[in-house]
Structure formats: structure tokens, C-alpha cells
Design a protein around this ligand. Sequence first.
Ligand code: NIG
Ligand code: FE
Length: 398
Amino acid sequence: MLLTHLSVATLQGGYGLIADAAVLIDQGRIAWVGPRAEAPSDRDTVACGGRLLTPGLVDCHTHLVYGGSRAHEFEQRLTGVSYADIARAGGGIASTVRATRSETEAQLTASALRRLDCLLAEGVTTVEIKSGYGLDHDTELKMLAVARSLARHRPVDVVTSYLGAHALPPEFRDDRAAYLDLICREMIPLIAREGLADAVDAFCEGIAFSLEETRAVFGAAQDNGLPVKLHAEQLSNLGGAKLAASFGALSADHIEYLDQDGVAALAASGTVAVLLPGAFYYLREKQLPPVAALRKASVPIAIATDLNPGSSPVHSLLTTMNMACVLFGLTPEEALMGATVNAARALGLRDRGSVAPGMKADLALWDVERPGDLAYPMGFNPMHAVIRNGSVVRGSLS
Ligand code: NIG
Ligand code: FE
């Protein structure tokens, strides 16, 4: 299939814009991209109405499988109670854990699909989903199974992360070491053996797990051949990103409190900095991530919704791109790179996120003239059509 009458943001070295372009798709892959005047001919040619084509969007950090609701905590926070106070009082993540344990796979799947559909309606073709609201053996496996199953219900690639080290479950309140043992000796080997997760994540923070505990989790992941990533430096600077970098982590996420040392460590290890402006916005944080330092050190920057019931009930990657610009000072070009090529890299996926020969034909066609239009509005969805593995799965191209 040859797509014509469109401009293409290839996302190769920035927008990589080609005006009056053509894209040849063959067997689910991009076979050729360039100016229309130079395009090979194809019997199946589709004129795309002068629209803009980009890679399908990649949301590289979500917690979209969960039970219950935390809207009451939003109300509490707005009366001055902090996120950490709520967590220490047994709310926060622990409250979602209670709800997630009590729901069936069918219930969790139904609510996750509703959330996922919001992302897909905006051109997302790959989504990462974490466990971490079960914390016990059965519920963590249930969450990972539900996450994986979503790809059988919808045209999307799902990448899963095991986040057992998200919070200390109540039944281990007096024995942190025993919970770490469960994670490291039982869960990670099992998950690796059964192929249930693509990576291991942890929450390294005063209200969650220490640097030493995170090191133990990463050691187990490494021993079992799983890559790591980390919720790091969100509310304070514990040096988590540097630790993650020392394990060759795929990404360090949040990182508002990341210092220069941490930036240098990410640069040296090729770890992607994942910014989560939704959580920053909802928690009304003041500390900005070190965007200028990340740029200077050429650390790839990705952005993600962090879709979760507590700190970021954000169901829109386009809105997240806008927030990354308005709140963190990214350029719209950086925001689009952050939701495509760099987000794919944060998941260890080199076969998507840009429009180039050999890449997976996961593409989004937008009713906009310029790529800068994508991060500009809020609450407006210019998605026109989505192609996945070379087939139109939403809308129509013409
Ligand atoms: O990425 N930081 C830790 N975990 C989630 C929030 C989880 C929750 O509050 O339910 C995050 O922001
Ligand atoms: Fe998160």
C-alpha cells in the first residue's frame, strides 16, 4: 500500500518533516518513505487528503489496570493533606491494592479497557502497563495477565512491567525483608520463567523502597535476565536514577529531584529520562525536572501519562504532551519525540517510534497541518486514522 498526499513527521532527528511525501507499506513494515515525486509505484495507492502522518504514539508508563477509585483522596489533598500523608495513613497505593485484590479478572479487564480506549482514540499503538496494585502473588499475576490480555481485545501492543516494589503490602508491615524475599526469590524468577513481564520496575522513595532495597530488586531482575526501570527522584533525591543507570536501566521516571550527578549517570548508561507531567500537575509539585541539564547531556527524554488512580488519572497522551510543554518547558518537537521515538526506546523497542524503512508500520494520521499542532490544544482530538502492523484499525485514510 502506497500512501500519498500527506506530509510525514518521520521523527528521525527531530520532526524529520517531509512535505508532499509518500510512504510504502509492505507486510506490516514501512518499505519506503520520501518525497512523492521519487516514490515507487504501487497498485494500491491511497491519497490521504493532505494530512499529517506520524508514528503511532507510545505511552511508556501507565498503571491502567486497577480496581476502585481514589477521587476522595483528590478531595482530601485539596484541603491540604499531602500525597505522602495519605500514603502513611493507609490510603494511596494501599487503598488501590485493597480494591484490586477484591476484583475479578473480568472486572479489572472491563475497567482497564475503558481507560485504554481513551489512549487508543488518540493514536496510541503501544502501551506499557505495570502491576503493583496486587503486591501478593495471586493479584500481581492477575494484573499482569489482565494487562497482557488487553492486546487480545484491542489493536495495541502491550508491554508489561512487574512493580512488586511499589508499596509494602499490609501483611508485611512488620517484616520488610520478608516482602523483599518474596519479590526477589519467588516473584521475579517466576515472572521471568513464565514470560509474564518484559521488565522490572520499583518505586524508590521515602514512602516506598530504599536505595538498598531497590538494589536488591534490581539484582534479582538482572539474575533472571529482565531489564529494569525505576520510579526515581519523584518527591526527594535518594539517588535512585544513578542506581538504575548502574544496572543499565531502560528508563528513570518522574525525576523531578534528579541532580547533575544523576543526569550524568543517565547519559553514560543511555537510560531514557521519562517525564510524567500528569503526576506533577495533580500533586501540585513545585520542583521541576532538570530539563535543561538533560538536554545538555543529550539524555533522550520521553513523556508518558502515568495513568493511575492516585497521582495521575490522566487518560490522554496528547494532553500530556501539552503539559510537558507548558509545565516543563519542552518544545512541541521534544514532546512528540517523547511520545514516539524516545518512548519506544524507554521500552527497549527499536522497531517503532519513527517512520523509516524496516520499522513496524504503526502510524497515526492526523487532521492537522503541522506537527506542532499536536501538543498545542487541550481536549481536542485531531486523530483521523490509525494503522497498526500495516492495516487500518481506526478511521479511514482518505
Ligand atoms: O507513578 N509513584 C508511584 N506510583 C505511581 C502512583 C501510584 C498511586 O498513587 O497509585 C506514580 O505516580
Ligand atoms: Fe508510575
